[in-house]
Design a protein around this ligand. Structure first.
Ligand SMILES: [Zn+2]
Length: 491
């Protein structure tokens, strides 16, 4: 799933480079991975996966809660109040000739400077009502307009406070909060807090450009940690981060390692994660568990790279890059539920996270992108129902970390000894029972407490934690996997 195979693309390519929208679409439809199209993509430095545990044959981890396919909604370029498109576009046009050409006739000054909190609230309410979860960026120094932890020129202190409160209290339960670096436009000199000076050729260091190419892991980690601390200053919890477009492209390995160190330093969650990549072809959309180390110690480390299975097929990062509403919905999922990208991925049992940019939900007040999204979600629920489950990206990250990093050993009696570096709710296993009559029980933790598992019927899609069902030649069981040692034994 790494670049040379042509499967991974970089999100926000449009404002990560001089690539035009049209060319982006051609690229998406073609087989090229972008090498040669995008200077930043030339680097081929996949992140180190690190250690992997012993996992004996005969045991398979399925999708959570009986095999439900995770779906998620990844929102980039959101922040408090500021419309990133209005303030970011002139900076991208100044930095990149491609943007100057493409947007020369666009009246971006007419775009609203604000995406109002009333829209955030309306969007968040609709998502809650429909069970939608995902990731919501809060760019901490959006397009260099102001600092979320100090002042946002153009808005009062009360407005900024209220906006932060809305994210903290209303959005956080269903959404992971990520910084998208510091400004998402100019690279900031961490010594001075000012955007870095122009480069000798007259261009600028942009966060979504190639700045990280000549930086060490430490320098990149320092930069990401700085962004994370700004969110920490306003009590927004983070277990991960999003890269603005091409940030980290030149050295993907350094980005993963630096990101892991930064998240650990500032928020120290058990399972850090990040969002950067779009896999809009094929079904290799599983999160990747990277930089694994210390697996047998009591402080295992990793970072999970959660990908999206679509590009931004809503209103784009500008809010004007949308097509027809009906066509937009069909591209995601057709009315009969058979066509479109989401059914393709979900039918393969692969996680299906969609990507959008916040200005492309609001679309300068027309909300075209938002309607495409709502339509797609309704179709998804109509056709897939309980076969899918909405998860935050941190929940997907945790599940995959447990899936990849739990070790298991099948003993002579057929019982299974599990050693889990991380707990995971809804952990679902398929096992070979020693006989047709065998029924499973869970022996959990150091005190080896036995938990009876309840037999479930086969006609439900969902398998609640603590239940099992008999399938042809196998047993499927779902447990809230405890961290540490546990055992599945047979009656
Ligand atoms: Zn972005």
């Amino acid at each position: 799933m790494i670049c040379p195979l042509g499967l991974i693309r970089y999100h926000s390519q449009m404002h990560g480079s001089a690539l035009t929208r049209r060319r982006f679409l051609q690229t998406s439809l073609g087989t090229s991975c972008g090498v040669g199209l995008l200077g930043q993509l030339v680097a081929n430095t996949p992140p180190d996966l690190g250690e992997r545990p012993r996992q004996d044959l005969g045991v398979t981890v399925l999708n959570p809660w009986g095999g439900r396919v995770p779906v998620s909604f990844i929102i980039d370029d959101s922040t408090c109040l500021v419309n990133m498109a209005h303030y970011g576009l002139p900076q991208f046009m100044e930095a990149w000739s491609g943007h100057r050409r493409r947007y020369a006739k666009v009246e971006w000054k007419q775009w609203p400077r604000e995406i109002p909190d009333t829209f955030v609230h309306r969007f968040g309410s609709w998502c809650r009502e429909h069970g939608v979860k995902g990731k919501y960026s809060v760019v901490p120094y959006p397009a260099c307009v102001g600092w979320i932890d100090r002042a946002m020129p153009g808005w009062s202190r009360d407005e900024l406070r209220a906006s932060l409160k809305l994210v903290r209290e209303f959005m956080v339960p269903d959404w992971d909060i990520h910084p998208e670096m510091i400004s998402h436009t100019r690279v900031i000199d961490l010594q001075t807090g000012r955007p870095m000076a122009q480069r000798p050729d007259g261009s600028y260091w942009m966060e979504n450009g190639g700045w990280t190419g000549e930086r060490s892991v430490d320098e990149i980690a320092h930069y990401i940690a700085y962004a994370l601390r700004l969110l920490q200053n306003v009590d927004l919890p983070c277990e991960g981060f999003t890269t603005p477009g091409g940030f980290g492209n030149p050295r993907q390995d350094r980005l993963a390692l630096a990101g892991m160190q930064a998240v650990q330093d500032v928020f120290a969650p058990e399972v850090p994660h990040y969002f950067k990549y779009v896999v809009d072809q094929g079904t290799e959309t599983q999160p990747r568990v990277e930089c694994v180390r210390g697996l047998t110690t009591d402080r295992p480390e990793c970072i999970v790279n959660v990908v999206s299975c679509t590009g931004d097929w809503f209103g784009g990062w500008t809010g004007i890059d949308h097509g027809e509403e009906a066509a937009g919905m069909d591209r995601l999922i057709t009315a009969d539920g058979l066509g479109g990208r989401l059914p393709e991925v979900i039918r393969a049992g692969a996680p299906a996270a969609m990507l959008c940019h916040w200005p492309g939900m609001y679309c300068n007040g027309t909300e075209v992108g938002y309607r495409i999204f709502q339509g797609a979600v309704k179709r998804l629920h109509e056709h897939f129902g309980e076969r899918v489950i909405w998860m935050k990206v941190s929940e997907m990250a945790r599940y995959w970390a447990a899936r990849e990093l739990t070790s298991w050993r099948v003993t002579e009696t057929g019982s299974i000894h599990l050693q889990a570096p991380f707990a995971a709710p809804g952990f679902t296993l398929r096992l070979q029972p020693p006989s047709e009559e065998s029924t499973p029980r869970l022996i959990g933790g150091q005190d080896r407490k036995t938990m009876t598992l309840t037999a479930s019927t086969n006609d439900e899609i969902t398998l609640p934690a603590g239940t099992w069902r008999r399938k042809k030649d196998a047993i499927e069981l779902c447990i809230d996997l405890p961290k540490g040692i546990s055992e599945i034994a047979w009656n």
